[in-house]
Write a protein that binds this ligand. Structure first.
Ligand code: GN1
Ligand code: MG
Length: 374
């Protein structure tokens, strides 16, 4: 096995058992560098782990990220145990560093952490059908429900105002103005698509400010590939990628999952005619999510779940476009116009959702009634 000496030194800093037998890069996320490690155990057999370098451009205070993760995973373990479920393989479990703590600094400004690999499980990048998406909805709904009694004030805001649409819009206008690569002139329609919806899309922030909806512990990055599914049964075993766990709105978690999972195309599809909302997938996820949260979320939250889908689609479109204008400094890109392709795709999906908004609302209301007995 041919691995970098620096990586080998990092691996040696964690309390892994046995000897390193395999190391493979996993390239799905846009933010952190991730590896899957396999260790051969002294008595035979092997165990797998995930090793990650935290992106410190994105996460300025990695120690606060790790503290949030520790608190939340401990709480989830207790909540599962209280439900009579063994937390083993169902909650992320951090591997301690040999020097104490859960992180290793690499001397080049990098911070590393490791988890037990969730066994007998895989993550999918595209939803296979409504049943699978319902199961993923249940997982994110249960995640929300199990954290309902978490003392939210203990969480750090690891990326301040992460889903604050108003702040995002301010940042966006700054990118348009500074336009370091002179790209703004070539995307007037996209810029207008963002501007024209600005006010309407700030509605969730406004509802939080007025107290119409509460802040809750939220995952904030609920793409389908952040749920590990049992390879045989398809059961959702564990919600992963807890870096952005913070105080937020349940509408964001619902919405981001729909944005990504209920779209008929990939997040960076360049043929926009393929990009629309799959309403059956929407129904599937909504059923799973509402089945777990109907009695925990308020009526206003539940009824506004579809708004969350629109706002998260808008927010990602805006962020991808802003990063294109900034020169691709935030999201990892595979080709020069990658962020622009992503932005166009999100804006197309948003306009499709706008057309089907009343249908989304009606489906959601029926499911709320079904699960609240209303
Ligand atoms: C980033 O790295 P990944 O794929 O988990 C981003 C999310 C975006 C998403 C778009 C910390 O998530 O907010 O919605 O890309 N994460 C961060 O695919 O900015
Ligand atoms: Mg992530």
């Amino acid at each position: 096995m041919n691995i970098d000496e620096r990586l080998r030194a990092i691996i040696g800093g964690f309390d892994f058992p046995g000897t390193l037998a395999a190391c493979e890069a996993i390239n799905t996320g846009h933010i952190n560098a991730t590896y899957r490690l396999r260790f051969a155990l002294p008595g035979g057999g092997a165990r797998d782990y995930v090793l990650q370098r935290i992106n410190t451009y994105v996460f300025k205070k990695p120690d606060e990220v790790m503290e949030n993760i520790r608190l939340v995973t401990e709480h989830l373990s207790r909540a599962l145990a209280a439900r009579g479920t063994d937390p083993e393989n169902r909650v992320l479990h951090l591997v301690p560093a040999r020097g104490g703590g859960a992180m290793i600094e690499d001397g080049e400004g990098g911070f590393w952490r490791a988890y037990d690999f969730i066994t007998h499980a895989h993550a999918v990048d595209r939803v296979e059908g409504p049943d699978q998406f319902r199961e993923i909805g249940r997982a994110f709904g249960a995640f929300q429900a199990m954290l309902a009694d978490f003392p939210i004030e203990r969480l750090h805001d690891t990326i301040p105002r992460f889903h604050d649409t108003r702040k995002r819009l301010g940042d966006f206008e700054r990118s348009v103005r500074s336009d370091p690569l002179g790209r703004a002139a070539s995307v007037p329609q996209e810029v207008e698509a963002v501007r024209s919806r600005g006010e309407a899309m700030c509605r969730i922030v406004e509802m939080i400010e007025t107290g119409e909806i509460p802040l809750r512990v939220t995952h904030n990055d609920t793409k389908i590939n952040n749920v590990m599914l049992d390879v045989d049964t398809g059961e959702a075993l564990c919600v992963i990628d807890l870096d952005t766990v913070m105080a937020g709105s349940a509408l964001y978690d619902f919405g981001d999952a729909i944005r990504y999972g209920a779209c008929t195309a990939a997040e960076d599809e360049t043929d926009l005619s393929k990009v629309t909302l799959d309403i059956d997938l929407f129904r599937g996820f909504t059923e799973g999510f509402v089945s777990q949260t109907a009695n925990g979320l308020t009526r206003t939250e539940l009824e506004n779940l579809p708004l969350g889908a629109l706002v998260m689609t808008y927010e990602n479109g805006l962020r991808f476009l802003a990063d294109y204008l900034d020169g691709d400094v935030y999201f990892h890109v595979d080709w020069p116009e990658h962020n622009l392709a992503r932005a166009r795709c999100q804006l197309k999906l948003l306009s499709e959702m706008e057309k089907r908004r009343s249908e989304m609302d009606a489906i959601t209301r029926r499911l709320i009634d079904k699960y609240t007995g209303g």
